[in-house]
Design a protein around this ligand. Structure first.
Ligand SMILES: Nc1ncnc2c1ncn2[C@@H]1O[C@H](COP(=O)(O)OP(=O)(O)OP(=O)(O)O)[C@@H](O)[C@H]1O
Ligand SMILES: [Mg+2]
Length: 340
């Protein structure tokens, strides 16, 4: 049976256009001057038990809004949404028993309590028996070695430690589905790796369905076979990651700080790259914040090392960074027909 069924789901927010100052505030009371944000705009999807689905897209795409509807926090404006056959918003308590949720930006632990006390409260709320509780904490301890942190107040934990504890808490009642909204945001590489292996292990041993949103394409590549890409509230792609992998994997961006940069430098760079690598070089250049120049390279067409060597010999580069393609760029490439 399908675990999550969504058909034509939408959510819009009505936002008051606020005016400045005291006069403005008074005017706002009566103005009726609203605008509508279409956060989720007619999406349809089905998720089967045991899947790990990457739900990704640029900032403001509608990911968190979708998750808030799936978890029953927000009521949809239109469409069908069922989790395990029930409407989440109308069955919040029953649904809570089969769901876990982690919002990377916020904690569900009681801020001033030692972590273990939060776990005990959750144990009571979800009616987890002692044996299962001990087994669960034992398993997490084996996987990520958390025990030493249990006596610490949640507010004294580092971001990464807090996230591991939050994930522990979300799986405590052995839910059928866990929603992870940006679980690796702001974390370093080693904690990210721990979180990834934890998620994989839980999915493997308990068949827990995982819905993951992230801006880290590394998370997606490590965890998900299926991805759903959403932009402006609409689904752009839903399918096997393999097809889009080329899109993520082949592109790298060189971020350059070029000495004595001017508009003319950008034009010169453009001309000389075309002169050297030919017309179909697959290199795009953009000026970004302050004095950084982004050179995005399709490695299937031109090797990154060649471009870097060329730039280093022909321009005076003060600083350079190599970054993976951003979510915004992936989406732009899909609009440009990259998946056709
Ligand atoms: N409570 C709200 N009231 C008004 N507008 C909202 C509300 N929540 C979200 N929005 C708007 O809905 C749109 C989608 O927001 P959402 O948080 O779902 O995006 P997201 O894909 O999670 O983005 P991010 O990657 O930045 O977390 C945005 O334009 C946002 O400003
Ligand atoms: Mg979000």
């Amino acid at each position: 049976m399908t675990l999550i069924h969504i058909q034509g789901l939408s959510k819009h927010f009505k936002i008051l256009n606020r005016h400045e100052g005291l006069k403005g505030a008074v005017r706002d009371l009566f103005s009726g001057d609203y605008r509508t944000v279409q956060a989720v705009d007619g999406i349809s999807l089905d998720i089967e038990p045991g899947e790990i689905v990457g739900y990704i897209g640029p900032n403001g795409a509608g990911k968190s809004t979708t998750i808030k509807m799936m978890t029953g926090i927000l009521k949809p404006s239109a469409g069908v949404l069922q989790v395990n056959g029930l409407v989440p918003y109308d069955n919040r308590i029953r649904q809570a028993m089969i769901m876990g949720v982690v919002f990377g930006q916020r904690t569900q632990l009681w801020w001033d309590l030692p972590v273990i006390e939060s776990f005990k409260i959750l144990k009571e709320i979800y009616k987890v028996d002692q044996k299962m509780f001990d087994e669960h904490l034992g398993m997490f301890h084996e996987l990520v070695g958390l025990k030493a942190l249990y006596s610490q107040q949640a507010r004294t934990l580092s971001l990464g430690q807090r996230m591991l504890c939050d994930i522990t808490a979300s799986f405590l009642h052995n839910p059928q589905v866990v929603f992870l909204d940006e679980p690796t945001i702001g974390l370093d590489v080693s904690i990210k790796a721990k979180i990834r292996s934890l998620i994989l292990e839980l999915n493997r041993t308990r068949n827990t369905t995982i819905i993951l949103t992230t801006h880290d394409l590394g998370d997606v590549e490590a965890l998900c076979r299926r991805i759903i890409i959403i932009d402006k509230g609409k689904i752009l792609y839903d399918g096997d990651i393999k097809k889009v992998n080329a899109l993520f994997g082949a592109y790298r961006t060189l971020k350059l700080q070029i000495k004595d940069y001017s508009e003319a430098t950008l034009a010169a760079l453009q001309d000389r790259l075309t002169g050297t690598f030919g017309a179909g070089h697959g290199i795009t250049i953009a000026q970004t914040e302050d004095c950084w120049t982004d050179v995005t390279i399709d490695q299937a067409r031109t090797p990154l090392a060649d471009v870097l060597a060329f730039i280093m010999t022909n321009f005076t580069v003060e600083d350079v960074r190599i970054v993976e393609i951003s979510m915004e760029n992936v989406v732009r490439k899909i609009y440009d027909g990259a998946l056709k």
